[in-house]
Design a protein around this ligand. Structure first.
Ligand SMILES: O=C(O)C1=C[C@@H](OP(=O)(O)O)[C@@H](O)[C@H](O)C1
Ligand SMILES: C=C(OP(=O)(O)O)C(=O)O
Length: 448
């Protein structure tokens, strides 16, 4: 299924102070994994707080197509009756992962060591994204992949009949590639080892251990060495999906730049592999209180109290922080535009292969809103205009990218003139309640 319907223009006008509680939906990364790992277990996995965004719904449909029983019992409450490691059946039709890189790459990994054939596709955004980064390591297990030029979807994967375990050092900092290799390793005999030089989100490792896999992580001079013993019997789990820190970023950043705001954002992950944006905002002078630190759904979380921050300063974001905030650079670049001074984001070339080229999309849109930008292949530099300094008054192109759409709608809340986006429909992929939640806090976002 495609990740979105017809293009839907949206407009964000200057907002009054944001007030109230922003309860954002479940974490997208953990939601995909809960469905996929549940499908690999023997028995019934119970999930609460599942993100019911289109990306995750597409993964649920894919798990059904591979033979798992996936049922919805109420809002966010789902069960998955798994088929066991290596138990996927051959799907009868093409697997359409819509807009979701995480969905397609993790599912490719999961089927790569089972002797079945599957064809994958997605929407116009996903069909542009590189799949070689997963099919290269999957071929080491014995899986074959036939795609379009440049390793693009649609793509046919023929799973290995006689898989061998793999030792693989990630050439890019990517949790999707790491997870695809680990998922393939589940049905290979012996030990599969993945080495990552820079730590990326660790939900697969945490959850695989929770589902009963024999997985260990050692820190060595090479980085994290993750060792997984193949062919375990995974035990079904009860998964309480915590709220998504990448979605929380939008109300948080909106409150920081909108005069008079004070909002409460419960249950935001403090997992060190996800919290880079929050560290960065604090360094910029953001007024954020971290209250009631605790564990929820196996993740460290805190409640955030966020106030309008008139003294935001531009900073140089440490490049080694990039993997822990990779999806948050678009909205950070909006905050940077309302800061005083220059914000330098280096080491961010991965942004060019997301749902859109996010460096280009943010640079062009911010320029249209009157902000001075510098960029190169691996860098985005935003020259801040201070609180309320952004002229706005532009229509920004979102290129089928939910995070670009939400970032410019946040910018419109504090800019001098309205900001429109040409297409807000992809927002349903990750944050289906975005418009209602933001307007409930006091934003003035409308269709048009
Ligand atoms: O593993 C995951 O759940 C994700 C990993 C990241 O992608 P990469 O692995 O391409 O960095 C991130 O951008 C994406 O939103 C979710
Ligand atoms: C990059 C993202 O997702 P995906 O790679 O799963 O499409 C995102 O949600 O920002």
């Amino acid at each position: 299924m495609s990740g979105h319907g017809e293009a839907q223009g949206m407009i964000s006008a200057k907002s009054g102070p944001l007030k109230g509680t922003a309860s954002v939906p479940g974490d997208k990364s953990i939601s995909h994994r809960a469905l996929i790992f549940g499908a690999m277990a023997v028995g019934e996995t119970k999930i609460t707080g599942l993100l019911e965004g289109q990306d995750v719904l597409d993964t649920a449909a894919a798990m059904r197509a591979f033979g798992a029983s996936v049922s919805r019992h109420g809002e966010g409450a789902w069960t998955v009756a798994g088929v066991g490691v290596g138990g996927f059946r051959e799907p009868e039709n093409v697997i359409d992962c819509g807009n979701s890189g995480t969905g397609v790459r993790l599912i490719m990994g999961t089927m790569a060591t089972t002797p079945i054939t599957a064809t994958f596709t997605g929407d116009a955004s996903l069909r542009k994204r590189p799949m070689g980064r997963v099919t290269d390591p999957l071929s080491l297990f014995g899986c074959q992949a036939y795609g379009r030029q440049g390793g693009r979807l649609p793509m046919v994967l023929v799973g290995a009949a006689d898989p061998v375990p793999v030792r693989y050092t990630l050439p890019v900092a990517s949790a999707q590639v790491k997870s695809a290799v680990l998922l393939a390793g589940l049905n290979a005999p012996g030990e599969t080892v993945v080495i990552e030089r820079e730590p990326t989100r660790d939900h697969s490792e945490r959850m695989l251990i929770g589902f009963g896999a024999d997985l260990s992580v050692e820190r060595s001079h090479e980085g994290h060495v993750i060792t997984l013993k193949g062919r375990p019997e995974l035990r079904p789990q009860t998964v309480a999906v915590p709220r998504d820190p990448s979605s929380a970023a939008f109300p948080v950043c909106a409150a920081l730049i909108t005069e008079g705001s004070e909002i409460f954002v419960p249950g935001v992950s403090q997992n060190l592999t996800r919290n880079g944006l929050y560290l960065t905002l604090v360094e910029m002078g953001a007024l954020i209180g971290f209250e009631n630190p605790r564990e929820e759904g196996g993740e460290p979380v805190a409640d955030l109290r966020v106030r309008f921050s008139p003294d935001l300063r531009g900073i140089e974001v440490p490049p080694e922080r990039a993997p822990s905030m990779i999806d948050e650079y678009p909205v950070l670049s909006v905050v940077a535009a309302f800061a005083t001074g220059t914000t330098v984001m280096r080491g961010v070339k991965e942004l060019r292969v997301k749902e859109s080229d996010r460096i280009d999309a943010m640079a062009r849109g911010l320029e249209a809103c009157g902000v001075r930008i510098e960029e190169d292949e691996d860098t985005l530099i935003v020259h801040g205009m201070g609180p309320g300094g952004m002229p706005g008054g532009a229509t920004c192109r979102t290129h089928l990218d939910h995070r670009i759409a939400m970032s410019f709608l946040v910018a419109g809340m504090a800019a001098q003139r309205e900001i429109a986006v040409d297409d807000g429909s992809p927002i349903v992929t990750s944050f289906p309640i975005f418009e209602g939640l933001m307007n409930g806090l006091g934003a003035a976002i409308r269709r048009g």
